[in-house]
Design a binder for this molecule. Structure first.
Ligand code: ADP
Ligand code: MG
Length: 583
């Protein structure tokens, strides 16, 4: 007797559900995608108990006629594959698996009215049994309700998180789809409480996308992000990315879309990381929403059951589109500082001043501290120069405090500059552009420096001498595991070569030949800047300070240092007047 059996349909569906439906939010995703594929412009979502008890989606899409309704719960039944062609998929769904999969692990009912039909119908699965068709009184579109998900799949049920966490996953799903469909209204209620009502915008253009992003991502993102817009033959990148000072400790707020389909693609997220190299710290993540548009024939969406991954014909092209597009946008953003940071500082000042008034411990000692400003170094540049410099974006330097901060006056405010952070950024950008244009200015060391390395470090350094030359480091083999440094980039001074060369060797060991790619370059330059820049604590002359400010204005990305901290903070006169209650 043979041993291979055909699996019963119900089991097949449960296996498929195992792939597609991991938790309530994945079921919700499938329902929302169906509503969007049905061209709904308004979608209402109701969740009870994080979606564990009820997930309800009501749309005003084109609905289904009776014959389609009968079929939609069948496996591999779909209206979305035309001419049996998988290579040109433009809908979000196409696998014809979601509804039957859900029906195998939950009770489900679907009510629908086809747009040109007079009648509405309801179909349902209860306890894994398909129920009789019934008439429905729904007036438009489709309403799907999923009840008690996984109630017969204890293994899955066990792994669900708290209602609050499952609700958050569901909100993430809605967020994703809302961002890519700004023309659709999304209304969410959780346990009968209204959570949000994001109105759609009839016009489909980037302005409505921006508006939707402000609804979904909030004001902080809107105020501290820049537009990305870059095209290459056959593909286009559009979106908003946070300036580097807006960063997070996870990548949760990095949203990528390929032809409006939300994707989590490791290599694309890697490209985004590269774009921010040297602008934010290793362990931090940028905030970004990026839409990639590409000819559907150049991308395969059928590589992942939940459709979260895609495969490009030319992945390198898409990666470089992201790296260059995002980098350009950040470079062009110039001197924009994170609004958020200035605001936070502003809040701090306000509370401090309140504390001063209320604080009984406040004593004359503190008062002395405030009025004397130790280390303050007041400059009196001549009046003509002062007035001239004030019209520059970063204004005229009028004082240095604590040998660390420059205070500058502009026509309408005051700017505080962290001189070390600013200098570090300038060095990095100089070396980077010197490398890219092959014109780095070098300085010969009067006394060449001998650096002893481990044999591992020694051999990688020796292997990459040519690349190091391109970034302005002239290094030669000297002795066993020893190199000699003869020249260095002119912009650096007081370089700690031993530390620098070890860091570079580590970088190459970790990333191999990629070191020569411009993607890795920022890191190397960052290392150089770090091991040389003037630290805080140097007395600067007025002319030196003004030169630094002018240089910052001409340096891309100069509003933050290599670690993503701001290099300066701006207080407008209005802010200051507010502080003193003058308005
Ligand atoms: P797929 O979306 O991959 O086609 P599904 O199982 O999700 O597979 O849905 C099966 C079919 O049911 C869809 O192809 C579509 O024709 C129909 N359908 C599902 N939901 C809706 C809806 N909200 N509005 C209109 N038609 C729907
Ligand atoms: Mg579907």
């Amino acid at each position: 007797m043979n041993k291979i059996r055909r699996l019963p349909n119900n089991l097949i569906n449960q296996i498929a559900a195992g792939e597609v439906i991991e938790r309530p939010s994945s079921a919700l995703k499938e329902l929302l995608e169906n509503s969007l594929d049905a061209h709904a412009t308004e979608i209402e979502i109701n969740l009870i108990d994080g979606g564990k008890s009820i997930i309800e989606v009501i749309d005003n899409g084109k609905g289904m006629q009776l014959e389609d309704l009968k079929l939609c719960l069948e496996r591999h039944a779909t209206s979305k594959i035309i001419n049996q062609d998988l290579s040109n998929i433009q809908s979000l769904g196409f696998r014809g698996e979601a509804l039957p999969s859900i029906g195998s692990i939950a009770d489900i009912s679907i009510e629908t009215k086809e747009e040109n039909s007079q009648e509405a119908w309801k179909i349902s699965i209860f306890n894994k049994e398909k129920q009789k068709l019934e008439p429905s009184n729904i007036r438009i579109g489709t309403k799907v309700e999923i009840r008690d998900i996984f109630y017969k799949v204890p293994a899955r049920l066990k792994f669900l998180k708290s209602n609050g966490t499952e609700t958050r996953y569901c909100r993430e799903v809605i967020k994703h789809l809302a961002m890519s469909h700004p023309n659709v209204s999304f209304i969410l209620t959780v346990d009968t409480k209204n959570i949000f009502n994001w109105r759609g915008n009839k016009q489909i253009n980037f302005e409505s996308t921006k508006y939707r992003l402000s609804q979904v991502m909030g004001d902080e993102f809107s105020n501290s992000s820049v537009t990305v817009n870059k095209e290459k033959i056959g593909c286009r990148l559009l979106g908003m990315v946070g300036i580097p000072t807006l960063n997070r400790n996870t990548g949760r707020e990095q949203y990528l879309f390929v032809n409006n389909r939300p994707v989590k693609d490791r290599s694309l997220l890697g490209a985004l990381r590269v774009a921010y190299k040297g602008l934010i710290e290793h362990s931090r993540f940028s905030v970004a929403v990026l839409f990639i548009e590409i000819n559907p024939l150049d991308v395969d969406v059928n590589v992942h059951p939940a459709k979260a991954e895609v495969r490009f014909k030319d992945a390198a092209k898409i990666r470089s589109l992201i790296i260059n597009g995002v980098r350009e946008a950040l470079d062009n953003a110039g001197l924009k500082t994170a609004q958020e940071i200035s605001n936070k500082m502003f809040d701090k000042i306000e509370t401090t001043s309140l504390n001063l008034n209320n604080d009984k411990e406040f004593n004359s000692n503190q008062l002395n501290n405030i009025s004397l400003l130790p280390g303050a170094n007041v400059k009196t540049p001549n009046i003509v120069e002062l007035n001239h410099s004030k019209s520059f974006p970063l204004g005229a330097a009028i004082a240095q405090a604590h040998e660390t901060y420059i205070i500058a006056e502009t026509n309408n405010g005051i700017i505080l500059i962290d001189q070390h952070a600013a200098h570090e950024r300038i060095v990095l950008e100089k070396i980077r552009s010197g490398y890219l244009n092959d014109n780095i200015e070098k300085q010969i060391l009067l006394i060449p420096e001998i650096v002893k390395l481990s044999s591992e470090h020694f051999s990688v350094i020796i292997k990459h001498l040519k690349s190091l030359l391109k970034i302005g480091l002239v290094i030669e083999e000297f002795d066993l595991n020893t190199v000699i440094v003869r020249e260095h980039p002119a912009i650096l001074n007081k370089v700690k070569f031993e530390e620098l060369i070890k860091d570079i060797a580590e970088e190459i060991l970790e990333f191999g030949n990629e070191f020569v790619l411009s993607e890795r370059l920022d890191n190397i330059c960052g290392n150089m800047a770090c091991h040389s820049s003037i630290r805080a604590g140097r007395n600067l002359k007025a002319s030196e300070m003004n030169a630094l400010l002018r240089e910052m204005e001409n340096t891309p990305n100069s509003s933050q240092c290599n670690h993503g901290r701001p290099t300066f903070i701006k207080l407008s006169l209005k802010d200051i007047e507010n502080l003193f209650g003058r308005t």
